[in-house]
Design a protein around this ligand. Sequence first.
Ligand SMILES: [Zn+2]
Length: 317
Amino acid sequence: MLFAWIRHPSLRQHGTRAYLRQPENPSRMRAESAGNAGMWIDIGVNLTHSRFDPDRDAVIARAIDAGVERMILTSSDGPGVLAAKQLRQRDPERLWITSGIHPHEAGQLRDEDWETVCTHAEQPDVVAIGECGLDYFRNLSEPEQQRRIFEKQVELAIRLGKPLFLHERHAHADLLAILENAGPALPKAVLHCFTGTAVELEHYLTLGLWIGLTGWVCDERRGRHLVALLPEIPEDRLLIETDAPYLLPRTLPDPPRNKRNEPAFLPHIAAFLASHLNRDLMDFSSQLRTNSFHFFWPHAAFQELPSHAHARSFSPR
Ligand SMILES: [Zn+2]
């Protein structure tokens, strides 16, 4: 079962070799992709990161070719919100954004950055507050400052009735305490890139959190314990993300030489998870898609797969 995903024809089709070469006939390639590869929503991609500067349009186009229907651009500070907002203009149907302050940035937060985050958080294109939370692993900001800025963002999410996009590393107890303090007012929240223990997972699930999984789970050195925890995650509270350009899945059959992750690899992560959960890939795609819509776009009438999903390509400016 371990590498059953390799045999999936759509994944062979989306192998790295195919993505590295520019297809001679992109529309034909898209049509081939549409057959059985599923549709996917990347709930966390750092698409404004400078590593995408040389070829951002091509990265987006490859994601679409791979069946990635929507991408949520993660913001981590005031300028990041503005950059994500600007990028979204290129394809507002597919690109959505978060607005928030990453714990690494908490120590140098300026008033105008907080203003930016709050102002944009109210807009309908912002589907979550974050990424926000606590990171005591790197401790790039003082823990006290991290907690203060995180609490402000929990308050903001409550005030606006928007979900939280949470980041936590080595700070489980403190993060949990702040979320519990919010009581019944706590909005929906996803713990993005969950890499914690069974006990931590249980605490988060008890609090009603959703769980975001990345290619970390494909890492045989660091992610093995996560594979064992997969059955514990309720299927309707699971979301997936690449966190690109970080966390290139180590199980990619033909990884890019530059080691950069990108949203086109999301179906690979999904297939890895589906194989370990003994789930049919198409059913799994449908479940994750439903979950993503319930979490980020609960007020939109739930859409069946859009007819234009593969008929319309991304046109870079
Ligand atoms: Zn993060």
